[in-house]
Each structure stands twice: as structure tokens, then as C-alpha cells.
Design a protein around this ligand. Structure first.
Ligand SMILES: Cc1cc2nc3c(=O)[nH]c(=O)nc-3n(C[C@H](O)[C@H](O)[C@H](O)COP(=O)(O)OP(=O)(O)OC[C@H]3O[C@@H](n4cnc5c(N)ncnc54)[C@H](O)[C@@H]3O)c2cc1C
Length: 424
């Protein structure tokens, strides 16, 4: 199956001869995509003793958080003084600033707020969100060390290109890398590609958006040190082009991915020129432009349930984690396990940017807390399903999964989903 919708109108088709592929690896849990969702899924699975293979098409972990310079670890709290996301979300937030040394205001490297450290002041937690701003280069190294220490097999420079099914399961994923094309045998799979590549290839129903705008955060080195520039055209958080600033892009089209990168870099050049024009005497050097296309919402799974804004403060029987709303204080969303499951594929789970949430709430689920919370649930469920239901994630008893997640530090208290009371 062809990925994306780019076709050369004059090119026609060629027949690709069928061929035998070597099986280059064999694992219990295959995680496709090494962004924050994929890292969380891989860590959760490895810590339960599974053989985990983590595929990443670039040559580093972290995805948009590191290679896209998207360096605000959005809050683990509800803005009303309550922490709502725990487990690996908390661990990975803390890891993001573990090597910071000290805060750096111009670069926007800022550690865990004092009030959110152990014994911190409860009243201040109402005013200060539980978030960090990290150095993407140190985070990239820290993530890689955490993943390799957990015994996870990383395959860098390796792109997922096809899947093989056996009945209602994915039995192998086909990859391409420097060694050529090969298959990896797997028993459960997690799609953490951000673009639902695995779901699409597996024939699951997906939805794509064509409303991505030019964005690319970058740094400059100036006399006052590093400076972060959050460059982005205006976008519509509801995933439409209305009131947003074009040109617009689909994230699942090969030509458009390249166009987005080229045009974003042109915008960075112009921004740099205008900074220099404003400060002709200053030495302004560009550092670290993003090396991934900075698409917010591309393609996602359409699961049996799609989380929406209407579900705010709603507890689901199959809740696997909670997230606050980074845009405003108050709202809390429970993420149902059914929004992470393939519909036609019994051993497929989906984490991060491409989980099943509609555009009314995608803006919240795609943030780093949503990615880590869903990743941890997927990795945990993938291993438990192997042991309890022959790899069928849809048949996994939800209470067993919830109990295991709570053991891992995930916050799963229905009271936390209800609106908070007044400031004590
Ligand atoms: C401009 C912008 C600003 C943002 N601001 C913030 C913010 O301030 N705070 C915040 O919390 N969130 C922010 N976000 C959202 C957040 O950064 C992302 O939604 C989140 O990082 C997504 O994580 P992920 O792991 O789901 O996906 P990604 O980070 O996209 O990771 C997916 C990984 O999969 C790999 N991959 C993709 N396809 C394949 C394939 N076929 N084979 C192998 N590997 C593959 C990719 O290379 C990548 O490493 C922002 C996003 C953008 C674009």
C-alpha cells in the first residue's frame, strides 16, 4: 500500500516484483516512532520484561519535542492545584530538565517549579502550572540513555513501510534502512508515528487534516546567550483553515512535507534578517533550526470512541490516564482505553498525536502529557495482553490494566476528573 497521496500524474505505475524478505528482528512489542509517546510506550513495555523494538526514521529520540524544538513540557496539573498526570508523564517531564544545571531565561530553559517539588506550597500550585521548559539537545541525550538502559532495541534510520497481517493481527512490520528491506516479527504493535502511519498501513479508518500552517521554533545565539523563537503562522486549534494563516499543508503527503520544511526555513531566514535589521550592531547567529516538519495535527486513528470536548470531566469505565488542559485552568480529561485501540486489528494500539480524539480536543491530547500518558498505557497493555489474552488488546480485562497502571504511579482517581473545589 502506498503511504500518502502524492502521485505523479504523468508517471503511471510500475509493477513491483514480489520478493522474499528476510526477518531481521523478532520482538514481543514493536513500537513505531520514537517521539515522547513512543519512548513512553517502549519504557513501559520493557519495564514489564518484554522484548521491545523501537523504530525511528530519524537518528534521535524525542520527535517534535527534540528535533522540532517544541520545548515546553505542558502541565501535569489542572491549574487548580491538583496534579492529574503521573507515572511516566511525571518521570519524562522531570527527565527533560534533569541536566539543566540552572534556569536560563533567554533560552527558556526552566526547571520544575519550586511549588511542585516535594512539600511545595499548595496555594502557589493554584497560580503556577506544573510544567518545564527544556533544552532539546540535553533531552535528546537523556531520552536515549533512559531507553538504552531499559534494554530496548532502538532501530534508527529505519522507516516503517508496510505491515503483514495474519487474520486480525499484524504479524510483521516491513521496514527499510541501510541494510535494505526486511520484516520484523512482532506480537503486539504500538503506532506512535504521530501520523498514524501504522494504522493507515493496517487498513484502519483514519482521518487526515489539511490545515497545518508554517511553524518552526528555532534558537539564535546573541550577546545575552541563546534565545528561543516560537515562529508560527496563526493556526486554528479546531483543525480547520478558518481564521488561520495559509499556506496550508497535509502532513501525510510527500511533496507537502518537503514544501512545509522549505517554506518554514524561508520564513526562518526572513525572521533572522528582520532581527538583524532591528539590531544591526548585534551578533545574531542562527542555531538549531528544526529538523522535522512541525505539523500539529496530521492523520489520526478513528477508533470506536473519539475523545471530544464534550467529555470534559467525564470518567470512563476504561480510563487509562488523565490530562489537564494547558490552555486554561480547570478542565480535566480522562483518556479511555478504547481511544487507543485499533478497531479491525486485535494487537494494535495507538499513542500520542494520532490517538482517537476529534478536533475539539486534539489540541489537548497532542500535547506532551497526553503523549506520555497514552504511551505508558499502550506499552503496559501491549505486554499484559501478550500474557493474558494471547496478544488481543481488545480482550484485556480493563481492571487488571488500571491496577497495573496505578502501581506504576499513573493517577487514576475518578475524583480528580470532577471539577476542583474552591481554593482552600
Ligand atoms: C509548532 C508546534 C508547537 C507545539 N508546542 C507544544 C508545546 O509547547 N508543548 C507541548 O507539550 N506540545 C506542543 N506541541 C505538540 C507536541 O510537540 C507534539 O504533539 C508531540 O511532541 C507529539 O509527540 P508524538 O510522540 O505523538 O509524535 P512525534 O513527536 O511526531 O514523534 C513521532 C516520531 O515517529 C517517527 N516516525 C514517523 N513516521 C515514522 C515511520 N513511518 N517510521 C519510523 N518512524 C516514524 C518520527 O520521526 C518521530 O520521531 C507543538 C507542536 C508543534 C508542531
Amino acid at each position: 500500500m502506498l503511504l500518502g497521496s502524492t502521485v505523479n500524474p504523468s508517471g503511471g505505475v510500475i509493477e513491483e516484483p514480489s520478493r522474499s524478505l528476510p526477518v531481521s528482528n523478532d520482538c514481543d512489542v514493536l513500537v513505531a516512532g520514537g517521539g515522547i509517546a513512543g519512548v513512553a510506550a517502549a519504557l513501559a513495555a520493557a519495564r514489564l520484561g518484554a522484548d521491545v523494538c523501537l523504530l525511528e526514521k530519524t537518528c534521535a529520540l524525542g520527535g517534535l519535542a527534540t528535533l522540532g524544538n517544541v520545548t515546553v513540557w505542558l502541565p501535569l496539573c489542572d491549574g487548580r492545584g491538583r496534579q492529574v498526570s503521573g507515572g511516566l508523564a511525571e518521570e519524562l517531564l522531570k527527565l527533560s530538565v534533569a541536566n539543566l544545571g540552572r534556569d536560563n531565561k533567554s533560552a527558556q530553559f526552566i526547571g520544575v517549579p519550586t511549588c511542585w517539588q516535594p512539600g511545595g506550597d499548595a496555594a502557589t500550585r493554584w497560580k503556577t502550572r506544573f510544567e518545564t521548559r527544556f533544552n532539546p539537545s540535553s533531552y535528546l541525550l537523556a531520552l536515549e540513555k533512559r531507553v538504552t538502559d531499559a534494554g530496548i532495541k532502538i532501530l534508527y534510520d529505519t522507516r516503517l513501510c508496510a505491515v503483514h497481517r495474519a487474520g486480525d493481527r499484524i504479524s510483521h512490520v516491513v521496514v527499510e534502512n541501510k541494510s535494505g528491506r526486511s520484516a520484523i516479527a512482532c506480537r503486539t504493535v504500538v503506532d506512535a508515528t504521530g501520523d498514524a502511519d501504522l494504522c493507515f498501513l493496517a487498513g484502519e479508518q483514519t482521518e487526515s487534516l489539511d490545515s497545518n500552517v508554517l511553524s518552526g521554533w528555532f534558537y539564535t545565539l546573541q550577546e545575552n546567550g541563546m534565545n528561543l523563537h516560537c515562529l508560527s503562522n496563526r493556526y486554528n486549534p479546531r483543525g480547520t483553515q478558518e481564521k488561520a494563516e495559509g499556506p496550508f499543508f497535509r502532513g501525510d503527503d510527500a511533496d507537502q512535507v518537503t514544501a512545509h520544511l522549505l517554506e518554514t526555513r524561508e520564513l526562518i531566514r526572513k525572521r533572522l534578517e528582520s532581527i538583524r535589521a532591528r539590531k544591526p550592531e548585534a551578533d545574531v547567529q542562527l542555531v538549531s533550526p528544526p529538523t522535522l516538519p512541525c505539523f500539529r495535527m496530521t492523520r489520526r486513528l478513528v477508533g470506536s470512541v473519539s475523545l471530544g470536548a464534550r467529555h470534559v470531566h467525564q470518567w470512563f469505565e476504561d480510563t487509562i490516564g488523565l490530562i489537564g488542559d494547558w490552555r486554561q485552568a480547570g478542565p480535566v480529561y480522562a483518556i479511555p482505553f478504547s481511544a487507543l485501540q485499533g478497531v479491525q486489528t486485535a494487537n494494535l494500539l495507538v499513542a500520542g498525536r494520532c490517538l482517537s480524539a476529534d478536533t475539539t480536543v486534539w489540541e489537548v491530547t497532542r500535547s506532551l502529557p497526553g503523549c506520555a500518558v497514552s504511551g505508558e498505557a499502550c506499552g503496559t497493555a501491549a505486554v499484559m495482553a501478550l500474557r493474558q489474552t494471547g496478544g488481543n488488546v481488545q480482550a484485556l480485562p480493563i481492571t487488571a490494566l488500571q491496577n497495573q497502571l496505578v502501581k506504576q504511579g499513573v493517577l487514576l482517581d475518578p475524583a480528580l476528573v470532577s471539577p476542583a473545589g474552591p481554593l482552600p
